[in-house]
Write a protein that binds this ligand. Structure first.
Ligand code: PMP
Length: 339
């Protein structure tokens, strides 16, 4: 099929049956292959919707600059959309993010500003730096500047209400009993939840939350209180973002890395799916939700991005060992083949 440009290739991703997870639970567990988007993550959809909403609102004008604070994938999506539509893209990123993501951002055409990783309350947090930078560039750049603001800009959530959610509904013929994923901005979770609940109010919506995030404690006890940490990137949240406002999951799970990472390795070794850490948190959540619902149900989750973006961390034995995380034997000692 011929598409008029790369942006028309965003979305329409397949649902893939996860064999082992399905067999072990007696359910049908499906992963939506968002790593197959042209920018290789779930965030292409939000990037496109935020840019189009800004164009309609007149806050992004020809020759303008897109500015965003992002852990990486949103920046890659925005840089791709920016290049395709003729905007410059400036990305503010915490320096702790993977080298592969920083390289992907540069290759996507973004100008990078790296800042130390500090909490949201700190005025030098990457999101706050991005907001100030956007305000300055809006005043000084001839084409103006637009702060994409993925956490509080609900065009992010609308992308999933309009596209990802309906795609899941149509691909399953409406036979979806549960949906679960992690939240970074919350756009994916709240958007898909809204789309599915509008079509079937009885669908069970779950949050799979990494350690170090305050969302599971918030939905379980009402208190935004985080503990522990995770090597996964792009997920976990310390506050109720604009995209999460008005949303509540039916249930939530705190998923430790020690549960999620073996699933990432297993999906690669046994099913040919090379995925990032957040997909592991999501599949772990899907397995728990499937066990909660019982055999015979269909549970959908998100395969957010690909594993090659994390080669130096998630797939690096030294990195894993230093954190007491499990190292799969094939990563530890690759099989030597005598040619
Ligand atoms: N996984 C990865 C790898 C991400 O980059 C993000 C986006 N931050 C998410 C999951 C979560 O998506 P959302 O922002 O829609 O909650």
């Amino acid at each position: 099929m011929i598409r008029p440009d790369v942006l028309a290739a965003i979305g329409g991703t397949p649902l893939i049956r996860l064999k082992r997870a399905s067999e072990e639970t007696g359910c049908t567990i499906l992963g939506k292959a968002e790593f197959m988007n042209p920018g290789q993550s779930v965030k292409d959809r939000a990037a496109l919707f935020m840019v189009e909403a800004a164009e309609r609102a007149g806050t992004l004008r020809p020759g303008g600059t897109i500015v965003e604070g992002t852990a990486g994938n949103t920046g890659i999506g925005l840089a791709m959309v920016g290049a395709a539509r003729g905007y410059r893209t400036v990305i503010v990123i915490p320096e702790t993010q993977s080298a592969e993501k920083k390289l992907a951002l540069r290759l996507a055409g973004a100008d990078l500003v790296e800042v130390p990783a500090v909490p949201f309350a700190n005025p030098n947090n990457y999101v706050k730096v991005a907001k100030r930078l956007a305000e300055r560039l809006a005043a000084t750049e001839p084409g103006g500047a637009f702060f994409a603001d993925q956490f509080d800009n609900v065009a992010n959530r609308e992308a999933h209400i309009a596209t990802t959610g309906p795609e899941i509904w149509e691909a399953t013929g409406g036979r979806v009993d549960g949906f679960i994923c992690a939240a970074g901005t919350g756009g994916t979770l709240a958007g898909i939840a809204a789309a599915l609940r509008a079509r079937n109010p009885r669908v069970t919506i779950g949050l799979s939350d990494p350690d170090g995030s305050a969302l599971h404690p918030y939905y379980a006890t009402g208190e935004l209180k985080a503990s522990g940490s995770s090597i996964t990137e792009g997920i976990g949240q310390g506050r109720v973002t604009g995209n999460l406002e008005g949303f509540r999951p039916d249930l939530s799970y705190a998923i430790p890395d020690a549960e999620a990472l073996p699933l990432v390795f297993r999906l690669l070794a046994e099913e040919g799916l090379c995925l990032g850490g957040s997909s592991g948190i999501n599949v772990a959540g899907a397995i728990r939700l499937a066990r909660h619902l019982g055999p015979g149900h269909t549970v959908v989750t998100i395969l957010c991005d690909g594993g090659t973006r994390y080669a130096s961390k998630l797939f690096n034995p030294d990195f894993l060992r230093a954190r007491d995380l499990p190292v799969p034997h094939w990563l530890e000692s690759p099989r030597a083949i005598d040619p």
